[in-house]
Ligand binder design. Structure first.
Ligand SMILES: Cc1ncc(COP(=O)(O)O)c(C=O)c1O
Length: 377
């Protein structure tokens, strides 16, 4: 079955007990057992829960993965994945990762002796990864497009280099979603999601996910999921499961609207630079066109009037709500330097002070453009 059919049906049979069409929220911590040591596949909800199973099967199918493991947040998924790395080993990461990942790596893991090398996205595309890889490198951690600068990493090229050196490739596919980009098909070993974003899609749940085709890795991740315990509850699993049913139509509308917003911004006299991989002149455009179906709903831009103007625009926008996060049906505006990426302030990863990030929602495009026009007047 094709993607949008699987988004609605994979992992979800009508409930055998009642015929309920929608997967029930199995709001239970434990399960009655038929005899000592004999149960029906479920013994305790940290280990497994039927609503979570449905989510794991559905989302794994969308990523083209044999295995999916759900978590309580994107960072919960990342923490669990970091248990594949030992102190002394190295992670090479793209340097404009989500600020929370940077904070985790630099303030939690680095002080414990884990080693990190940060590479600009364009260096991954020009042989920079080959120069850095060595036999202590356990993971290559990629995000593409990146948050919030929308840089693009050539996944096939990075995978080839990493695998030649024996490192695993992790791709945070939160921005693109499996509808627009499928990293496992391009050779990546693990896909990571903050399901909080487009997969949930309605700004009402926090969750995370890992997908892989490697059986041994999947077994280890399931063991870590139950042993570390960063699991999503049944209701949160259900919200994500419901969200992904409409992923395809939402991502097409997000992309339609974002393309029009990017065009509008390119023509605006207060805009210094528009960062959107869908634009012809964007440095990552050709690579994005190769590995993505469309370019998604996030548009960042820099203004001519510096930080003061950026803050004023954030303040004046109305339909674009001032807020962190992204990927919901509603449009959001934020100032990465003072909000989502405050944790990289004062580091080499600091984002420009004149930068604004938009999560372009699926409202009527004319209302979105009118709102930006007013806020930027
Ligand atoms: C690209 C990306 N990865 C990971 C995360 C972390 O996910 P969560 O907030 O669900 O822990 C975020 C959150 O903003 C993100 O944008």
């Amino acid at each position: 079955m094709d993607f949008e059919t699987r988004a609605i049906h994979a992992g979800q049979e009508p409930d055998p007990a009642t015929g309920a069409l929608t997967t029930p929220i199995y709001q239970t911590s434990t399960y009655a057992q038929d005899a000592v040591g004999e149960h029906r596949g479920y013994d305790y909800s940290r280990v497994a829960n039927p609503t979570r199973t449905a989510l794991q099967e559905c989302l794994a199918s969308l990523e083209g993965a044999a295995h999916g493991v759900a978590f309580s947040s994107g960072l919960g998924a990342a923490t669990t994945l970091m248990h594949l790395v030992d102190p002394g080993q190295r992670v090479i990461a793209v340097n404009d990762v989500y600020g929370g990942i940077y904070r985790m790596f630099s303030q939690v893991y680095e002080p414990k002796g884990y080693r990190f090398t940060w590479l600009a996205a364009d260096r991954f595309n020009t042989g920079g990864l080959d120069d850095e890889l060595d036999d202590t490198t356990r993971l290559v951690w990629l995000e593409t497009p990146t948050n919030p600068l929308l840089n693009v990493v050539d996944l096939r090229a990075a995978v080839e280099a990493a695998h030649a050196a024996g490192a695993l490739v992790v791709v945070d596919n939160t921005f693109a979603t499996p509808y627009l980009q499928q990293p496992l098909e391009l050779g990546a070993d693990v896909v990571l999601h903050s399901t909080t974003k487009y997969l949930g899609g309605h700004s009402d749940v926090v969750g995370g996910f890992l997908a892989t085709n490697d059986d041994a890795l999947a077994e280890r991740l399931r063991f870590l999921q139950k042993s570390l315990g960063a699991v999503p509850g049944p209701f949160d699993s259900w919200l994500v499961l419901r969200g992904i049913k409409t992923l395809g139509v939402r991502m097409d509308r997000h992309s339609d609207n974002a393309e029009k917003v990017a065009e509008f911004l390119q023509r605006h006299k207060s805009v210094k630079q528009v960062l959107y991989p869908g634009i012809d002149g964007h440095p990552g455009h050709e690579t994005a066109a190769k590995q993505m179906k469309r370019y998604g709903g996030i548009v960042s831009f820099r203004v001519t009037g510096g930080e003061a103007q950026a803050l004023e625009i954030c303040d004046k926008a109305e339909v674009f709500t001032l807020g962190e996060s992204l990927g919901g049906v509603e449009s959001l505006i934020e100032h990465p330097g003072k909000m989502t990426h405050a944790s990289v302030a004062g580091t080499p990863l600091e984002v420009p002070a004149d930068l604004i990030r938009l999560s372009v929602g699926i409202e009527t495009i004319d209302d979105l453009l009118a709102d930006l026009d007013r806020a930027m007047a």
